[in-house]
Design a protein around this ligand. Structure first.
Ligand code: CMC
Length: 437
């Protein structure tokens, strides 16, 4: 099977077929328009491959996720987040020497320019930390304007990875009105993040190994997920050759939405709503099935996973462990479990293959760690950062990459004559209704 045939207006055309290393099949339509005059129409890109990639493999039917060929279950059990960053961005597991150098680089670049700190004062206290994150990451490009050469590209990758955690922690401190806590060179990436978020001046703060392990796990599970909404945004914006900081800022904005990374915040808000309503799961499952209601079970469903989301399976187990290790009991965990049980037995969810996704249990763990709900999506962004960077790097290194520029099928008015305002008024014409599609 190496070509696909298309018959259009009685003419037959052949298109090459591309088969991936996991036997995924794509029909290469790059010459479709130039040869046939037609375009492929695929709103929301459910059937469209936008690139060839060697980073992440997802088989949604079988519930498989692999980073650079390594199963997520193994990676989550044995790796640190910094190792996963290296793996995703540079394509192989680091040697001890490579890991040390990478870790040192990330440590050395953790500080942000002192004048960047002043930017935080411009945001009103209730500003959502995702908004602050997006703006602050874009602002890094004011400090590292750059020459655009490869060495500087590599340095900017380190700068972004190192400084993003500082920006995230500072945006949290700002939101609760506490002074910023600076990074410490003797701490690991994840320990530093916890230290900058939870330490207060003049008081000793010891990073809990339980929190450190939980944070590593959460960041690893979010690290890449092939061509999702925010990653596609990163590739789209990056294809115009905008700088890395602007590109990732766009990715953060895309992630913020409640159907994407913002779902982790919405899940907790939904569980709290159910708790406050007396724990009536059935009512909310019914509401989610009611087509006249916009309510959805947040943390359920996925465009790609039609079996189970392996990340959710890991997090469900880990939620139990983390809560037990911290000696905590969160009633929301029980509500989440019961809701999952009820939904998974309901034919609406069964027929549509809707299962808990990565966001369903992550919020329970973040809560147990003391991370406030408004910060959940920022934590997702920190986890997804190496994925965005790896995907951007892969694209920029592709000599054949072109600016992303989808087409459309126009459904508006055909040509008509413009009538100047005076004439329209004189003729007493009413403003026409806009044409909707
Ligand atoms: N609750 C109730 N019904 C749902 C849900 C849900 N969470 N998700 C999908 N459906 C129904 C939907 O109404 C539709 O029904 P019908 O065929 O009768 O019209 C069917 O399932 C297919 O849904 P869809 O919206 O066409 O599926 P999609 O692939 O376009 O959307 C999704 C995927 C994740 C946006 C969607 O499942 C959803 O809104 N889930 C809740 C938000 C959420 O948890 N997002 C986090 C995703 S995982 C983290 C990440 O990577 O972003």
């Amino acid at each position: 099977m190496d070509t696909a045939k298309l018959i259009l207006n009685g003419e037959e055309y052949e298109f090459p077929v591309v088969v991936g290393t996991e036997d995924e099949v794509g029909i290469d339509m790059t010459t479709l328009r130039s040869r046939t005059g037609a375009i492929s129409l695929d709103p929301a890109y459910g059937n469209t491959g936008s690139c060839l990639s060697t980073i992440t493999f997802v088989d949604g039917e079988k519930g498989i996720l692999r980073y650079r060929g390594y199963r997520i279950e193994q990676v989550a059990e044995s790796a640190t987040f910094v190792e996963v960053c290296f793996l995703l961005i540079y394509g192989h597991l680091p040697t001890q020497q490579e890991l040390e150098t990478f870790h040192n680089d990330l440590t050395c670049h953790s500080l942000i320019h002192e004048s960047l700190k002043n930017f935080f004062d411009g945001f009103p206290p209730p500003a959502h930390p995702m908004m602050v994150m997006s703006a602050m990451v874009a602002s890094l490009s004011a400090f590292y304007t750059g020459t655009g050469d490869a060495d500087e590209g590599d340095l900017n990758i380190i700068r972004l990875l190192a400084k993003a955690k500082t920006l995230a922690a500072f945006s949290y401190k700002k939101s609760i009105g506490q002074p910023f806590i600076y990074p410490q060179n003797d701490l690991s990436y994840t320990q530093n993040l916890l230290h900058m978020m939870f330490a207060v001046p003049a008081e000793p703060y010891e990073v809990s190994p339980v929190l450190d392990r939980a944070l590593n796990l959460l960041l690893i599970l979010h690290a890449d997920h092939e061509q999702n909404c925010s990653t596609s945004t990163v590739r789209m914006v990056g294809s115009s050759q905008a700088n890395l900081f602007a590109v990732v800022s766009a990715g953060i904005s895309a992630l913020w939405g409640p159907l994407h990374g913002g779902a982790n915040q919405k899940v907790i808000e939904m569980l709290e709503l159910i708790r406050d309503d007396g724990g009536n799961f059935e009512k909310y499952v019914d509401l989610a099935k009611d087509k006249s209601s916009p309510f959805r079970l947040m943390g359920f469903g996925h465009r790609v996973y039609k079996n189970f989301d392996p990340r959710a399976t890991i997090l469900k187990e880990s939620a139990d462990e983390v809560l037990a290790e911290l000696g905590m009991d969160d009633p929301l965990l029980e509500i989440a479990r019961r809701l999952e049980e009820v939904a998974l037995e309901d034919s609406f969810f069964v027929e549509r293959k809707l299962y808990p996704n990565v966001d369903f249990y992550s919020g329970i763990i973040y809560r147990a760690m003391g991370i406030p709900t408004g910060m959940f999506t920022v934590m997702f962004a920190l986890g997804r950062l190496p994925g965005w960077i790896a995907q951007w790097k892969e694209m920029m290194e592709d000599p054949h990459v072109r600016i992303s520029r989808p087409r459309q099928i126009y459904m508006g008015e055909t040509e008509r004559s413009f009538v100047p305002l005076e004439l329209r008024e004189a003729e007493g014409r009413e403003r026409p209704e806009p044409v909707g599609v």
